[in-house]
Design a binder for this molecule. Structure first.
Ligand code: PEP
Length: 248
């Protein structure tokens, strides 16, 4: 399975910034020194059109950062999965910890969003991960199990699902779990998927949280780590590219 390295630009970038970043990535792709993995960028909704136009044909996929569970309707300020598909997205992040925390999103809401994403032809990147208090309370595995159980759609093909394990305390902090801790959680997720899917090996399990060029080789080399979700470092083309080039 090819690994996937996806950039979550979060709420960053005016048109000029987004275009410059997208053009820098396209220039690297055109230069031929391509990483041995799939690439995706998830810009803010305002930049999807411009970034999508810029990366078209480069091999870099487009993703949204969130979607509503309904395809259309009276939901001021929201963006639906069919809208994301219509503008050229292949992926959408759902259940990012910033949405779970800042918008109080429950597992049930994340599941509804992931279901809507799949129905629209998108591959949902479902984020799960424990807080620092939960890790210190030795609840990591219980939290992962609860979130996975509650957030995954009832029906979805293993190959059309991406899961991102993102310890909340590692996001944007410069801290990462040890290799053994990442390996243990990813193996556990794989086991949970195996109980559900015959082809559980086809679901890509990304690690996310303070991945940088300097630690990417180590993190991407861990068993059952099928790629990475990158926040801060995805805003610098050279760093995003360097991380992807560390895919073994
Ligand atoms: C994220 O928010 O998904 C993330 C992984 O952020 P960072 O890489 O900045 O820790």
């Amino acid at each position: 399975m090819r690994k996937l390295v996806a950039g979550n630009w979060k709420m960053n970038g005016l048109r000029a910034d987004g275009l410059a970043l997208a053009r820098a990535l396209v220039a690297r792709a055109a230069a031929g020194d391509n990483p041995d993995c799939d690439l995706a960028v998830c810009p803010p909704a305002t930049l999807l059109q411009a970034v999508g136009d810029t990366i078209r044909g480069s091999g870099i996929a487009l993703g949204g950062q969130d979607c509503h569970a309904e395809p259309a309707g009276a939901h001021t300020g929201d963006v639906s999965a069919p809208m994301l598909r219509d503008i050229g997205c292949s992926y959408v992040i759902v259940g990012h910890s910033e949405r779970r925390t800042n918008h109080g999103e429950s597992d049930a809401q994340v599941r509804a969003k992931a279901t809507a994403a799949r129905a629209a032809g998108l591959v949902p990147i479902v984020c799960i991960g424990e807080t620092l208090a939960e890790r210190e309370g030795r609840e990591t595995i219980a939290v992962i199990e609860r979130q996975l159980h509650g957030s995954l759609p009832e029906k979805i093909e293993a190959s059309k699902l991406v899961i991102a394990y993102e310890p909340v305390w590692a996001i944007g902090t410069g801290r990462t779990p040890s290799d053994a801790e990442v390996a243990a959680v990813h193996a556990h997720i794989r086991g949970l998927l195996a109980a559900r899917f015959r082809s559980a090996g086809e679901t890509r399990l990304l690690y996310g949280g303070s991945v940088k060029p300097g630690n990417a080789r180590e993190l991407l080399g861990i068993a059952n780590v099928d790629g990475a979700l990158i926040g801060g470092a995805s805003l610098v083309a050279a760093d995003f590219w360097a991380i992807a080039q560390n895919c073994p």
